[in-house]
Design a binder for this molecule. Structure first.
Ligand code: PFF
Length: 455
């Protein structure tokens, strides 16, 4: 069934799409990946991946969504009836669900940390641990994340908040929430960034982040940067097909894709400009921070060294909670759109069908950081496996199938019509985007995949 929902304004459409893109990926995943893969070298490859793959793939998803006017699976079925391309949309829906299982858990952690920042508990001494030491925050996080009830209850609260917004629908729920929350996020980010520039070793941090050492660029760095670009831009999961189906006929897709990608990249870069000066200034560079430790240990350590830690920490966790919630909403919307359009369900029952099983699955994912940590798949916990499989395998694979479809098998003028709004606007980039999708995107995704198998 065709979707009848639409975003009501240009600003709302951008806010919702940026809300989807800007999330834990920018704040939690990006700096950790940057640190693990050579600092500025990773940033350079990441920017290239966004421009060369990210924007064309985003335009491909928008085009399929707006032309098919349906969910991630049915849009393909409508555009190419009887052909198996809908599998790409199916992979997207499966992937989005897998991501939700850990994304909701981490979003729940951010709410707990926001609560602890506001109440001051986060900076209270722990008996037996030296105050202000690294251990103070590491212990606190370990204890919290590995626990049974608190992280699970915060996960349920996150699911309930997202469910409330999703039940209200596209305009009154998603669009309205994004219109309020996204500007708030940018204001907080800029305040934190200005503050980071005043730290004693800000220049060293910026040098680490912006001055690339080219010898560090390896296939592994490339695949990680590609995975990060896909994750951060919400690609390969049907989210942008679903949001594309809510775009109006006169929306300029290319301008939208550039605006969203550049804002998303700007957020990631601003986060780097906050974290690396802090890391250098407070002697934390020796610490290896995986994603979670970075946000929940390193950031509090940085704030603890600054004037009024509670203020900075509260601002930061508000920012993170906003980013996490608007992205969680967009991820859940992929499945909700499918159930409501395919099975003709109203918003509220469709939202329940998607979110009720998620309560169970994300609870398991939460427990896999503690009591269920022995349940492993190829050495990964349930939580870790979902992250690794989705960003590094399913998302690029879904995008590969989509690029092959759009480049070679889609109805002849589909992309051209969408990029020029049926010939009503001039688009000097249309030819380049179609060339990239036809040749560069599929070939490079394949090459990086193969190279990563041998390194
Ligand atoms: N882009 C989001 C982030 O950076 O956290 C994550 C995400 C949202 C991935 C929506 C995929 C998606 F469909």
């Amino acid at each position: 069934m065709a979707t009848t929902s639409e975003f009501s304004s240009k600003i709302g459409l951008i806010a919702a799409t940026v809300g989807s893109a800007v999330g834990l990926g920018n704040v939690w995943r990006f700096p950790a990946e940057t640190q693990a893969h050579g600092g500025a070298a990773f940033l350079l490859v990441y920017v290239i991946c966004v421009l060369l793959f990210g924007i064309p793939v985003m335009l491909g998803e928008f085009s399929i969504g707006r032309a098919g006017k349906s969910d991630a699976i049915d849009s393909y079925k409508k555009l190419s009836p009887g052909k198996p391309w809908w599998i790409s949309g199916f992979l997207g829906i499966v992937c989005s669900y897998l991501i939700l299982t850990f994304y909701m858990v981490v979003s729940g952690w951010t709410l707990e940390y926001l609560y602890q920042s506001l109440s001051g508990e986060l900076f209270a001494p722990i008996p037996g641990v030296e105050e202000g030491s690294n251990l103070q925050f590491a212990d606190r996080m370990q204890e919290y994340v590995g626990g049974v009830w608190p992280p699970m209850i915060w996960t349920w609260i996150t699911i309930a908040v997202c469910g409330g917004v999703l039940c209200m629908g596209v305009q009154k729920g998603i669009e309205r929430a994004s219109n309020i929350l996204m500007p708030l996020l940018f204001v907080i980010l800029i305040i934190l960034c200005i503050n980071a520039m005043s730290l004693p070793k800000a220049a060293e941090g910026l040098e680490y982040f912006f001055n690339p050492n080219f010898s560090k660029i390896t296939p592994k760095v490339c695949i990680s940067a590609l995975g990060q670009a896909f994750f951060s831009l919400s690609l390969g999961m049907g989210t942008l097909i679903t949001y594309g189906s809510y775009f109006r006929k006169d929306t300029n897709l290319t301008r939208t894709a550039f605006t969203v990608s550049l804002l998303d990249m700007a957020v990631a870069i601003l986060v780097g400009m906050i974290i690396f000066p802090g890391v250098m200034s407070f002697g934390l560079e020796g610490e290896s921070f995986d994603g979670s430790a970075l946000v929940f240990v390193t950031f509090p350590e940085i704030f603890n060294n600054m004037w009024c830690p509670q203020l900075w920490s509260s601002l930061f966790f508000i920012l993170l909670a906003v980013a996490a919630l608007t992205s969680s909403i967009s991820i859940a919307e992929v499945s909700i759109a499918y159930f409501s359009s395919h099975f003709n369900l109203k918003r509220v029952p469709a939202t329940c069908v998607v979110l009720v099983p998620l309560v169970l699955l994300s609870s398991l994912s939460s427990l896999s950081n503690g009591v269920l940590s022995d349940w492993t798949i190829f050495g990964y916990t349930i939580f870790g496996a979902c992250d690794a499989v989705t960003a590094n395998i399913i998302m690029p694979l879904g995008a590969l199938i989509m690029a092959i479809y759009l480049g070679w098998f889609a109805p002849k003028n589909l992309m051209k019509d969408q990029l020029t709004n049926g010939g009503t606007i001039r688009n000097p980039l249309a030819g380049t985007v179609m060339f990239l999708l036809k040749w560069v995107t599929p070939i490079l995704i394949l090459v990086i995949f193969i190279a990563s198998l041998f390194t």
